[in-house]
Write a protein that binds this ligand. Structure first.
Ligand code: IPM
Ligand code: MN
Length: 358
C-alpha cells in the first residue's frame, strides 16, 4: 500500500487560496510520480471567518492540527480586521501551541530571478536563516500602565531561557553539518550567530555563550562566526556570499528574513517553514494576503510551491522535494518576472507548468 500523508490546509485570506491551490497541484503531481498520496483536510481560519463568527482559531482546532503530518498555510490578514488580531490569534497561536520553535527561511536566488543587488547572482545568494520562533519579544511578557496619560509606560521584554536557545542552536548546527556534507561550497563557510550582544548584554550573552559552548563541544569541525544584527543587515546586501547558515533570535530573525526575501527576488519566491522537529510543522509562502491582487489571477504562486517543496523535505520525501525544486527552477527561467502581474503567465499557468514538468 502506498504511503498517505495527512495534511491540514489553511488557505486563509486574500490571495492565500489562489497560491495554495497551485501548491497543492504540484504536491499531487509529485506524489503521483513518486508513488505516495496526500489526504487533505481544509480549514477555513482567517479574516472572513473571524468577521462572521468572532473566532480566530479555536482550541479544539489546535488539538485537531496536532494529528496531521504537516500543515500547509496560505496567508492570514484581512483589510477589515484590526492589525494584531489574526496574527496573534491564528498564526502565532499555531506556532506557539504546536511548539514550532524553528522558523526556517532559505534565502536562495534561482537563475533568471532578478535581485536588486547589483553584481550578485545565484552563486552569491544561497543561504538559510534559522529564526528562533517561540521566544524573545514574541512571548508578550510586559505590559502597559497609565495608558492614555502623559505618563504612560509600556514594556515588552526579550525573554530567553537556556533550553529554548539550546534547542534552536542544536537544529542550526545540525543543519549546517548536513549542508556541509552535500556541498563543498557550503563547507567553506561558517555558521553565523546573529545578535546584538554589544547592547543586549544579557540575552546576547546567553545566546553567544550557548553558541560557543555547543559549537566547541558538539560540533568542533564547524567554523563559527558572529555578527551584530545591524552589521548582518549590511553584509546581507554587500556580501551575501559570506553566509551559509545564520541563526538568530525571534525578532531579529523576523526583520532580517524580510531583507533576505528581497535579495532572493521578492515575496513572490520567498518560502518559510515553522518547524517542530519532533512534532507538526507548518509551511507558508512569506508574502501576505495581498488583498489588492486577490481574484485577479496575477499573484505568483512560486513561494507557495517552494513551501510545498520544503514540506516534502521535512516529511522525508527528499527525492520528491528535489524534483519539485528542479521543476520550479525551469519554470522560473520561462517566466518574465517573479513580480505579481508581470510574470507573463497567470497564477494557474505557473502551477500548471511546474506540475507538468513532474
Ligand atoms: C512572519 C510575519 C509574522 C511574524 C507576523 C504576521 C505575526 O511577519 O512570519 O515573519 O512577525 O512572525
Ligand atoms: Mn515577518
Amino acid at each position: 500500500m502506498s504511503k498517505t500523508y495527512n495534511i491540514a490546509v489553511i488557505p486563509g485570506d486574500g490571495t492565500g487560496p489562489e497560491v495554495v491551490a497551485e501548491g497543492l497541484k504540484v504536491l499531487n503531481a509529485v506524489a503521483a510520480r513518486e508513488g505516495f498520496k496526500f489526504d487533505l483536510t481544509h480549514f477555513d481560519f482567517g479574516g472572513e471567518r473571524y468577521l462572521k463568527t468572532g473566532e480566530t482559531i479555536t482550541d479544539s482546532a489546535i488539538e485537531d492540527l496536532r494529528k496531521f503530518d504537516s500543515i500547509f498555510l496560505g496567508a492570514i490578514g484581512h483589510p477589515d480586521v484590526k492589525p494584531g488580531i489574526l496574527e496573534t490569534g491564528i498564526l502565532l497561536k499555531i506556532r506557539f501551541s504546536l511548539d514550532q520553535y524553528i522558523n526556517l527561511r532559505p534565502v536562495k536566488l534561482y537563475p533568471n530571478v532578478e535581485t536588486p543587488l547589483k553584481d550578485k547572482g545565484p552563486e552569491h545568494i544561497d543561504f538559510v536563516v534559522i529564526r528562533e520562533n517561540t521566544g524573545g519579544i514574541y512571548t508578550g511578557h510586559g505590559g502597559a500602565t497609565r495608558t492614555g496619560t502623559p505618563d504612560e509606560i509600556a514594556t515588552q521584554l526579550m525573554v530567553y531561557d537556556r533550553r529554548t536557545v539550546d534547542r534552536c542552536l542544536k537544529y542550526a548546527f545540525g543543519l549546517k553539518k548536513k549542508r556541509n556534507a552535500v556541498n563543498k561550497k557550503y563547507a567553506e563557510k561558517p555558521i553565523t550567530l546573529i545578535h546584538k550582544r554589544n547592547v543586549l548584554t544579557h540575552c546576547g550573552d546567553l545566546w553567544y555563550r550557548a553558541f560557543e559552548e555547543m559549537g566547541a563541544k558538539e560540533f568542533p569541525e564547524l567554523k563559527r562566526d558572529y555578527n551584530h544584527v545591524d552589521a548582518a543587515n549590511m553584509w546581507f546586501v554587500k556580501n551575501p556570499e559570506w553566509f551559509d547558515v545564520a541563526v538568530t533570535e525571534n525578532l531579529f530573525g523576523d526583520i532580517i528574513t524580510d531583507l533576505g526575501a528581497m535579495i532572493q527576488g521578492g515575496l513572490g519566491v520567498a518560502s518559510g517553514g515553522n518547524i517542530n522537529p519532533e512534532g507538526v510543522s507548518m509551511f507558508e509562502p512569506m508574502g501576505g494576503s495581498a488583498p489588492k491582487y486577490a481574484g485577479r489571477k496575477v499573484i505568483n504562486p512560486m513561494a507557495a510551491i517552494g513551501a510545498a517543496m520544503m514540506m516534502l523535505d521535512t516529511l522525508g520525501e527528499v527525492k520528491a522535494s528535489q524534483a519539485v525544486e528542479t521543476a520550479m527552477t525551469s519554470t522560473m527561467q520561462k517566466m518574465k518576472s517573479q513580480t505579481a502581474g508581470q510574470m507573463g503567465m497567470s497564477t494557474s499557468e505557473v502551477g500548471d507548468m511546474v506540475a507538468g514538468l513532474l
